[in-house]
Design a protein around this ligand. Structure first.
Ligand code: ZN
Ligand code: ZN
Ligand code: ZN
Ligand code: ZN
Length: 278
């Protein structure tokens, strides 16, 4: 044992644990490598791991998309108190922090940072409640949308049918596996795709690339080298046979017409019976 006393009174600079001093050499200031590194960062003015963690959580909370925000006005409280009745709040709609000074007035605080945010919230909630009510009347309401509603959250509306649907996230806004959903169902997604196709192809409906051959019925790829879906037969053999058949059919028809022309006109209507002379 020795009785050396270092500049930190034999206590760690960071965590205040007792630090044993060596007999020789530089007196120790910290208890461990971790604490030494923490001291270094502190003296340099760099944020520590804990602060980074908190910063990340705050950023995540503020950058939540509009549909994942909770519009809970009952427990709307300041995130930071600057002083006597000088509080910092976070906007319910956009998450931006704003300062409210209520030194004299005792009115309740507006939970939005600006008129714009307030208007936007009102617009989307009106639209959502309309769609919610309609879906409820029809019995098409998703229970997850209802759950979100009781949790003071909006749900996105399907751009195809207007029904509110639950996005691919959990109740706290964390994304689930898979890509974000835009439509309420695969049926709506496909319908929207058909619509987009029609608008970009002069109103023509989408044709299937694979279709049965007009002669043998075998399924084949109907797309030609230019990307047009125009082919009718699976191979040139089928096409030749078909054209030959059409040719003979045409000839037979022509022969019949000719025959009909040469013979007497066909008796279409029965002749009126002659009146019987008396
Ligand atoms: Zn320490
Ligand atoms: Zn705002
Ligand atoms: Zn839909
Ligand atoms: Zn064929």
């Amino acid at each position: 044992m020795n009785n050396r006393i270092g500049p930190t009174n034999n206590r760690c600079y960071v965590c205040r644990e007792p630090v044993p001093q060596p007999d020789t050499g530089r007196p120790r200031l910290t208890c461990s490598n971790a604490c030494r590194q923490a001291r270094y960062r502190f003296l340099k003015g760099e944020p520590c791991r804990k602060l980074n963690r908190e910063k990340k959580i705050v950023e995540r909370r503020r950058s939540k998309p509009f549909v994942e925000r909770r519009f809970d006005r009952k427990f709307f409280e300041p995130v930071y108190e600057l002083g006597n009745r000088r509080n910092v709040y976070e906007c319910l709609a956009c998450g931006k922090p704003y300062l409210v000074e209520r030194i004299k007035s005792g009115n309740p605080v507006n939970p939005y940072c600006s008129k714009k945010c307030e208007k936007k919230t009102k617009y989307h909630w009106d639209k959502f409640l309309d769609a919610y009510e309609r879906a409820h009347q029809r019995g098409e309401l998703d229970p997850r949308v209802e759950e979100r509603f009781w949790y003071d959250k909006l749900s996105p509306l399907c751009p195809q049918c207007g029904i509110p649907f639950a996005p691919n996230t959990n109740l706290f806004g964390k994304r689930k596996r898979g890509r974000p959903r835009k439509y309420c169902s695969p049926a709506c997604r496909k319908a929207a795709y058909e619509q987009r196709w029609k608008t970009s192809h002069h109103g023509d409906s989408r044709k299937h690339r694979y279709r049965p051959c007009a002669l043998c019925g075998e399924t084949f790829d109907a797309m030609d080298s230019m990307g047009r879906i125009t082919k009718k037969f699976c191979n040139p053999k089928c096409r030749g046979r078909s054209s030959k058949r059409a040719d003979t059919e045409r000839k037979r028809l022509a022969r019949r017409i000719n025959l009909a022309r040469r013979s007497k006109p066909a008796r279409l209507m029965p002749r009126p019976s002659k009146p019987v002379r008396s």
